[in-house]
Ligand binder design. Structure first.
Ligand SMILES: [Zn+2]
Length: 474
């Protein structure tokens, strides 16, 4: 096709499934016997039912045939419109009806919208073959409530027990407000929304335009693509199959997997995914911060050891938090100069107070890591005694925040504890969120103290039970 656009030819023909799209390049690469067979089939169909051609022009959807072009080099196939096709098709191969620049200007938009239409039709077609599909529609929606608001999914499917799906086939990058609006809308309607791309070749990972990344974020690190492999698999398995790209930690993607709608998790609000690639990473970040603490708390239990924080078993715990929050080293030096006390031990005691709150919240009963006292009321007694002391009075706001953001928040209703906190706040300057001890506490308990991370887990419905707090104090 050296002369390509100049001579104008139909570049893509859409055949009835299972053939699907065959580009002019693919056609010309075929052995003569194969395209001759297709040519014959087209003509047979034309003869039997002129209203439903076997192959259509991608741009105008008019019926097309294969013309055998005779040249000095031999015979080769080209596509041509049957008579009766729209004369204004940009790929119209006959008489030149429009100036060329006008055609060129139309061309890109035409091609993209034609590809979009073809994808919608093809996706619907392969889904409809599935016997569970009781209703399908392109660009329309039965419920008037949605039509009124002017929202139509590209493809809508009712798939029996699997539920209803809205499929948005996205060739150009979607815009953030539109993405959010659609997710909220379909969530309210009880419809599972899936965004489908044509490919990820336009950029991988961080290079992908933000609109695509926003969709992948909504889908928890999953990108769904309807490409040639997905189409072939859909035809073979008699149901809609998508190629699913799972995000990796480094921002790339795993080798794609062909998935059916049955494989997808549609239970969670707002997003459909094969595997939640985001939440796991967040939760892992949280537990990593505490990984070195469980062993020393077990070994140096206050029941067994009078003052646990001298024990060497806390070494790795201190090292790990100092690696996460390097400014703790400077703070420790400063603390010794000012208070003539070991800052490391002091920090271990604060950590033990916070772990006592977290574990009591998690277990639903008081469990302390800093004093021998256990059982009913132990957490309140410990906090009254520690936060009420001069050594820990400056941590009242930290302890209060920690309590109110966990399942142990009911302790804040106790008068004695409330009085302790008020008194401490009145008598001691409180450390602020920028303080190294607060930063370290946040790294130990991000679910509780790291606002954005806490909000993200909350939005995803994955905030751990123990970290669900009470009503936000006014
Ligand atoms: Zn056409």
């Amino acid at each position: 096709m050296v002369q390509g656009r100049v001579q104008r030819t139909i570049e893509i023909a859409d055949f009835e499934l299972p053939r699907g799209a065959i580009s002019i390049a693919d056609l010309m690469a075929m052995e003569q016997a194969r395209w001759e067979h297709i040519r014959t089939e087209i003509n047979l169909r034309r003869r039997a039912d002129p209203t439903s051609p076997l192959a259509r022009c991608r741009l105008c959807e008019g019926g097309i045939f294969i013309r055998a072009q005779l040249t000095a080099a031999g015979t080769y196939p080209v596509y041509a419109h049957f008579s009766g096709s729209p004369l204004d098709c940009p790929w119209y191969d006959g008489e030149n009806l429009k100036p060329d620049d006008a055609r060129a200007a139309q061309y890109n938009g035409h091609q993209e919208s034609a590809l979009h239409r073809w994808l919608c039709q093809t996706v619907e077609q392969v889904a409809k073959v599935d016997p569970r599909c009781s209703h399908s529609a392109i660009d329309t929606y039965l419920r008037p409530s949605i039509a009124e608001r002017g929202r139509w999914p590209d493809v809508f499917l009712e798939m029996g027990a699997l539920g209803a799906f809205a499929l948005e086939i996205q060739l150009s990058k979607p815009f953030a407000p539109e993405i959010a609006a659609r997710h909220l809308h379909y969530d309210r309607e009880g419809v599972s929304l899936i965004w489908i791309f044509r490919d990820l070749a336009s950029g991988a990972g961080a290079d992908l335009p933000q609109g695509f990344r926003d969709v992948i974020t909504m889908q928890r690190g999953n990108a769904f693509v309807f490409d040639a492999d997905a189409l072939a698999a859909s035809i073979a398995r008699n149901t809609l199959i998508l190629n699913c790209y799972l995000e990796t930690e480094r921002g790339g993607y795993l080798k794609p997997r062909l998935v059916a709608l049955d494989d997808l998790d549609t239970r969670s609000e707002r997003s459909v995914f094969l595997e939640d690639r985001r939440t796991g990473r967040l939760l892992e970040y949280c537990t990593n911060g505490r990984a070195k603490w469980w062993e020393p708390f077990k070994q140096a239990d206050p029941h067994k050891v009078r003052y646990p924080f001298n024990e060497t078993c806390f070494g790795p715990a201190w090292d790990s938090i100092r690696a996460f929050v390097p400014e703790l080293s400077e703070w420790k030096r400063h603390y010794r100069e000012e208070k003539l006390e070991n800052g490391e031990h002091h920090f271990l005691e604060i950590a033990a107070i916070l772990f006592s709150i977290a574990n009591s919240a998690r277990l639903g009963r008081d469990r302390l890591h800093i004093t021998r006292i256990q059982g009913e009321g132990a957490l309140i007694n410990m906090l009254n005694s520690k936060i009420g002391s001069a050594r820990f009075g400056c941590y009242a706001v930290l302890a209060e925040t920690m309590l109110s953001n966990t399942a142990a928040h009911d302790r804040l209703d106790r008068d004695s504890l409330r009085a302790t906190f008020e008194q401490a706040k009145a008598s001691h300057a409180q450390i602020e969120p920028r303080h190294p001890v607060w930063v370290a506490a946040k790294r130990l308990f991000p679910e509780v103290l790291d606002g954005p991370l806490r909000a993200e887990l909350h939005d995803l419905g994955k905030l751990p039970q123990w970290a669900i707090g009470g009503p936000t104090p006014a």
